[in-house]
Design a protein around this ligand. Structure first.
Ligand SMILES: NC(=O)c1ccc[n+]([C@@H]2O[C@H](COP(=O)([O-])OP(=O)(O)OC[C@H]3O[C@@H](n4cnc5c(N)ncnc54)[C@H](OP(=O)(O)O)[C@@H]3O)[C@@H](O)[C@H]2O)c1
Length: 161
């Protein structure tokens, strides 16, 4: 399983159930990586998407503990249910796409982490774990510096050692 996320200098990822900023080229990168694949997200992240709708062209799975919760995609109510559902897919095709709770719960179970690093500090209320502080994960690739409206960012990839 893989994680894909955009973080700021403090590994902040969101505020008020929204992204910290919108970088069109990063959204394009996210789409390219996940298109045709399986995306797993928490209920709050689904509700943060445009129209609160699943992502087109991908198999969407949403987690909610609420048995009454319905969405236009598969809903799993526990990690156990999620892993049962995921058995039918190649684990390299499964992308964890947030939010903070789901990233934190799934971090140990993933082996590849696509981190877009945005070199700015935003006011955030949700964070991702700082992978640079982990001994079991290493940076294996980073892109050249990118820029959007004065905002600098890089695409990076970390792997489990
Ligand atoms: N920067 C990025 O790349 C990025 C990507 C995605 C999201 N985000 C941001 O992250 C923030 C949202 O993160 P969040 O932590 O608040 O919420 P979240 O992880 O999206 O959703 C949490 C919800 O998911 C459900 N859930 C999670 N684990 C579960 C489990 N094991 N079993 C059953 N249900 C489970 C629960 O729903 P119920 O309450 O219904 O039980 C829980 O309240 C937003 O600001 C969003 O914009 C950022």
């Amino acid at each position: 399983m893989r994680i894909i996320v955009a973080v700021d200098n403090n590994w902040g990822i969101g505020k008020d159930n929204n992204l910290l900023t919108y970088i069109p080229n990063d959204l394009k990168y996210f789409k390219e990586k996940t298109f045709g694949k399986v995306v797993v997200m928490g209920r709050k992240t689904l509700e943060s998407l445009p129209g609160q709708k699943p992502l087109l062209g991908r198999t969407n799975i949403v987690l909610s503990s609420d048995k009454e919760y319905t969405a236009d995609c598969t809903v799993c109510h526990s990690e156990e249910e999620l892993f049962k559902e995921l058995e039918q897919y190649d684990s390299n095709d499964v992308y964890i796409i947030g939010g903070a709770k789901v990233y934190a719960d799934m971090l140990e179970k993933c082996d590849t982490y696509f981190i877009t690093k945005i070199f700015n500090t935003f006011d955030a209320d949700r964070h991702f774990e700082n992978l640079d502080k982990r001994q079991d994960v290493e940076l294996v690739w980073e892109s050249d510096m990118q820029e959007h409206k004065g905002l600098q960012y890089k695409f990076t990839e970390y792997r489990r050692k």
